[in-house]
Design a protein around this ligand. Structure first.
Ligand SMILES: O=C(O)CCC(=O)C(=O)O
Ligand SMILES: [Mn+2]
Length: 216
């Protein structure tokens, strides 16, 4: 019998609602993943992945870079967006137009027309890397959604409520999945459980996550 669903078939893209403002688009960028990885390789050649410190001085397990007009950074002075990469003192690499268009398409498909992402934060998870529960609230514009793309190894995404404590839902984000959250869900707490080891044909022993943010 033929499988009803083939994870490698680029036609297998389907939306699932996670909340009134949140859409999980399974398989959204499977077909474009090779191009997206090539775009990311060019960005991180100019602005290498690095482990930032939290304001409290802890080293983050996720390694990060950015592209766009600004980039998200963290150090002893706090969390913020800034126009230059603190490691190179140069402007962040421009956001590749294909990446930007893909993020706008995901937003539109989720009911958010007119999304203008200025920043793409690039997260690199090696096995064991995780991201604690947090809200994305460093953006000046909280009316625009967050668009998240996942590539490579699968990860457990923790989807919470509007308080740090309380019930959470765990979903497995796979290669090519997009999640778009906005509206009343824009400030939900979320995080990522420690990445399980594995090997992915495109990313190797890693998961890459991109979050597109409209900061103004
Ligand atoms: O890696 C993910 O799926 C989420 C990343 C995230 O929440 C962030 O970068 O703020
Ligand atoms: Mn986040």
């Amino acid at each position: 019998m033929q499988d009803l669903f083939d994870i490698n078939d680029p036609d297998d893209v389907w939306p699932e609602t996670l909340g009134s403002g949140t859409t999980w688009i399974h398989g959204f960028l499977v077909a474009q993943a090779g191009q997206v990885m090539a775009d990311i390789a060019r960005v991180v050649a100019q602005a290498p992945y690095r482990h930032l410190s939290t304001p409290g001085g802890k080293r983050m397990s996720v390694a990060m870079s950015n592209c766009g007009t600004q980039g998200w950074v963290s150090d002893r002075a706090g969390y913020r967006y800034q126009t230059t990469d603190p490691h190179t003192a140069k402007p962040w690499p421009a956001m590749p137009p294909g990446l930007r268009a893909l993020a706008q398409q995901a937003a539109k498909d989720s009911g958010y027309d007119g999304f203008e992402p200025g920043v793409c934060l690039i997260n690199h998870y090696a096995p064991g890397a995780r991201m604690g529960l947090h809200q994305d609230r460093d953006e000046n514009n909280l009316t625009a959604p967050i668009v998240s793309f996942s590539l490579g190894l699968p990860a457990t995404f923790i989807w919470g409520g509007w308080q740090r404590t309380g019930t959470t839902r765990r979903i497995m984000l796979r290669h090519g999945d997009a999640v778009v959250w906005g509206g009343e869900d824009r400030l939900r707490f979320h995080g990522v459980a420690p990445l399980k080891d594995g090997e992915h044909a495109l990313t190797g022993r890693a998961r890459i996550n991109l979050t597109f943010r409209q900061i103004n």
